[in-house]
Design a protein around this ligand. Structure first.
Ligand SMILES: CC1=C(/C=C/C(C)=C/C=C/C(C)=C/C=C/C=C(C)/C=C/C=C(C)/C=C/C2=C(C)CCCC2(C)C)C(C)(C)CCC1
Ligand SMILES: [Fe+2]
Length: 535
């Protein structure tokens, strides 16, 4: 018994909690199989790579210090490198040899004295706190620049080739966003669209959609030209919803205001009360989930109120318009247990006690009817407004004239979804994702066909795959003409970690690039084609 627990503990260590070393100089990987010659560019990924500093540890996996890594493809060869993001947070922690900047799941007290008076004093000097710039979630492209991102008001510009950390950028200088997502969208005109939350500005709490145009020639920060497209007042001033991503079609932005709420009063007193910020988020089971459909042309949300039952979602998959409807697919949960599952103490418990997840991810499709207001008035209460033939998703008018949406379940157990981004906002068929069974660790990646509901699977013993990312063939004719890239952490000491390359159509291995280094399990990333990097 003991030995199997030890084995499971070491899995948690190897894939989640161990501190990693960086590998700042590029190393050439040993390629097995075949890497298509057309695949030229850099896969750049981000995720937590250091979970303790000195003798202090972070509580939560999403708190770890950002470690960037990249795979550069050149003429069938692959070069790997990794570098810690030299954020102010990283530097201050290293200098103090302890954790001095708070993260979402770990509250830090720079003053080691636990005396209540000094704690109160430290609190007062933190009335305007400098939030963390440990940007560990994703990489965002604004204009010609690349930024490591988290969800606070700070992003860090990076050099996508050398992984060097550059300027710290404060969203607040350009748009009033105290929080912003790490999952923006890119449109065909080269704009980046993102969403943020503005807390208590001029007595109002609102969600904003902002657009950053492609770079201007004057070499100023691309955010200088940011424009707020729309702002939506939060249902409650002191409890805005938490959201991690949003959806976008050609004409609409889809924003889900879910009953997973930040309690501003609790947040403001968290430091003084000695609790972490994560404890100030509540899932309000008996509240509705509001679905806002923002028309990019009028810059206003549609007048109708769409809602569904209480749920939690982090990742939108895609959204598109079809015959007078907006269709969008998301990964949804019954509650907020995903966040709790990633506390390092729970990850250990979940593995050793073999507990099942209380809420597993479900891939849901919502269909929103775009109804003329006059027509809507004449529709009977209870009538289904969805007219698309091949879906079981419904939208019915309730007695208040609001529209209750019930989704179609597409499949269970997938997370970290990616699509061929050329199909973002357009009708797509395939989703590439991590497959999650009852354990909170990734063992398989899949290609899911939303039409036939078939799943193609890749798995291998002692291999823990990261989010699978699709790169289209430069002359792609079909949606799945391309390859899937996933970086694989290995827990077999005899086997090095590798970058896996699968064929987009068959999901069969084309090749792998074995790297003589250690990998961390990361969260998200982007592929930058060579022509774009050369600009
Ligand atoms: C500024 C501000 C602030 C702060 C904030 C912060 C600090 C934040 C952070 C945040 C964060 C930091 C977040 C994060 C998130 C994340 C997420 C949401 C994720 C998700 C994920 C997932 C979903 C996963 C999955 C997976 C993996 C990874 C592996 C295994 C398998 C699976 C698939 C499960 C406050 C509030 C105080 C106040 C106001 C203002
Ligand atoms: Fe995410």
């Amino acid at each position: 018994m003991e030995s199997s627990n030890t084995a499971l503990d070491s899995v948690v260590d190897v894939i989640f909690s161990a501190n990693r070393d960086e590998c700042p100089e590029p190393i050439k990987a040993e390629v097995q199989g075949h890497i298509p010659k057309w695949l030229q560019g850099t896969l750049l990924r981000n995720g937590p790579g250091k979970h303790s500093v000195g003798d202090m540890s972070y509580n939560h996996w999403f708190d770890g210090l950002a470690l960037l890594h990249s795979f550069t493809f050149k003429d069938g060869e692959v070069y790997y490198r990794s570098k810690f993001l030299r954020s102010d947070t990283f530097n201050s922690n290293m200098e103090a040899n302890r954790i001095v900047v708070s993260e979402f799941g770990t509250m830090a007290y720079p003053d080691p004295c636990k005396n209540i008076f000094s704690k109160a004093f430290t609190y007062l000097s933190h009335v305007v706190p400098e939030f963390t710039d440990n940007c560990l979630i994703n990489i965002i492209n604004y204009g010609d620049d690349y930024y490591a991102s988290s969800e606070t008001n700070f992003i860090r510009k990076i050099d996508p080739l050398t992984l060097e950390t550059l300027e710290k950028v404060d969203y607040m200088k350009y748009v009033t966003a105290n929080l912003a997502t790490s999952h923006p969208h890119y449109d065909s005109a080269g704009n980046t669209l993102n969403m943020g939350t503005s807390i208590g500005d001029k007595g109002k709490t609102k969600y904003i959609v902002f657009k950053v145009p492609p770079s201007s020639t004057d070499k100023k920060s691309p955010l200088k030209n940011a424009e707020v497209l729309c702002s939506i007042p939060a249902h409650r001033l002191l409890s805005p919803s938490y959201y991690h991503s949003f959806g976008m079609t050609e004409n609409y932005v889809i924003f889900i205001e879910q009953p997973l709420k930040l309690d501003i009063l609790k947040l403001a007193t968290a430091y003084f009360r000695g609790v972490n910020w994560a404890s100030c988020i509540d899932f309000v089971q008996d509240e509705k989930t509001w679905i806002h459909i923002i028309d990019k042309r009028t810059k206003k949300p549609l007048a109708e109120k769409f809602y569904t039952e209480a749920m939690v979602t982090y990742h939108h998959i895609n959204a598109y318009e079809e015959d007078g409807h907006v269709v969008f697919d998301i990964i949804a949960y019954k509650d907020n247990s995903l966040y709790d599952m990633f506390y390092l103490a729970n990850l250990r418990k979940d593995l050793t006690e073999e507990t099942t997840l209380t809420s597993t991810p479900t891939c849901k499709r919502f269909v929103i009817p775009l109804q003329d207001e006059k027509v809507l008035k004449s529709v009977e209460v209870g009538a289904n407004l969805v007219k698309l033939p091949k879906t079981t998703a419904k939208a019915t008018k309730d007695k208040n004239g609001d529209i209750a949406c019930s989704p179609e379940i597409l499949c269970d157990g997938i997370e970290l979804p990616r699509i061929n981004y050329a199909y973002n906002g357009k009708k797509n068929r395939y989703v590439y994702a991590s497959h999650v069974e009852w354990r909170p660790i990734p063992t398989k990646i899949v290609k899911f066909d939303t039409v036939t509901r078939d799943m193609l699977i890749w798995t291998e013993d002692n291999c823990w795959p990261a989010e699978p990312l699709f790169v289209p063939h430069p002359d792609a004719k079909e949606e799945d003409d391309g390859v899937i890239l996933s970086s694989i952490v290995s827990t077999d000491p005899k086997k090095s970690p590798f970058l896996l390359i699968l064929d987009g159509k068959t999901f069969q291995e084309l090749g792998r690039a074995n790297v003589n280094a250690t990998f961390h399990l990361d969260l998200h990333g982007i592929f930058i084609p060579e022509q774009k990097l050369a600009q």
